[in-house]
Design a protein around this ligand. Sequence first.
Ligand code: SF4
Ligand code: SF4
Length: 361
Amino acid sequence: MSVVVLIRSSYGNCRRAVAQILDFFQLPVDGKTVLIKPNALRASEPEEGVCTHPAVVRALVEEIKLRGARRIYVGDNPGMSAYGSNEEAFRESGLLAAAGPHYVNLGARTRMVDLPPQWGVRVAVSELVLECDVLISVPKLKTHGLTGLTCALKNSYGFLPGAQKAELHRRAGNPFAFCELMVDVFAIRPPDLVLVDGILAMEGNGPVARTLRYLGVLAGARDAVALDRVMCHIMGIPLEQARSVTAAAERGLGEANIQRIQLIGELFTVEDFRLPPAYGPGAEPECLRAPRGGDLGSRFDGILPRVQIELCDGCAACVKACPAGALDLRGGHPTVREEACIRCFCCQETCRTGALALRGN
Ligand code: SF4
Ligand code: SF4
């Protein structure tokens, strides 16, 4: 039976909770090469809640050291080229200091890996992901405009360095297909343990919204699917809207039935947790099921990234990041061509000023 551990914690005392989770799962790290993979989406301050908090990563590094790991690496592939360099993302988010000498630019060495044939593409995967003895995924709990949530499954999308992430968005073409593709990337190397930073979670227009919600929970599991299922419960995302979770369960990668997940700790739901525009009460699950390359379905059709001109400095990072070429810079600000937009929301992730928000018509 899959087990998910929920521990109440703050950043100030998270080392104890991290140790409890490691003790519970008895992860064998003695003499092993361990890769710790936080979510380092882009250069941002820890208080912004965009990346895994450095206190959690620092605690994990210290605890893994104590448990006799031979080598420890801490690394991720931040978003796309427009998101800034790997080291910059780690430095600004405090993760570089937390990782200390264990920091590694995960994108520096890669190996080509086949994805399932329907994607018609090979991808460059960070070699350390494939070579490490033990992989510990340390996601940040956030909402995500495209996938509903970003947590254990989505954190593995960071196996892929650079601009290919955007190209895969274009190939997927709609939210349903993207969730399937994301699971295919996850399946390249499922983590041995997932430890979620759910202390300060993100709600609303994630994954870069300025709306944070204190949940005060660290969660751990060996089964990433079960863990995401439990996080959906906490955030109030119905299972039928969490396509990444159901797709992963259908492929035997983990448990999505909450009745079959053993919970250690108190399960709760935050009743008024704010979800992205396409999710939550009233959303039709069918909208995610549009055929690949076809109409997105009513709920997503009405949602577009919209620019708030007073916040936009005209940097054009969003234009460079758009995999569909749907953004033009006119009059110093981007405009979205609705017919070309695939609703991947990469532009929103890229914008450092918060000028792009997802809005319904
Ligand atoms: S405009 Fe934004 S949401 Fe639309 S395709 Fe481009 S990056 Fe994706
Ligand atoms: S919307 Fe954001 S990313 Fe795009 S040009 Fe304006 S400030 Fe730059």
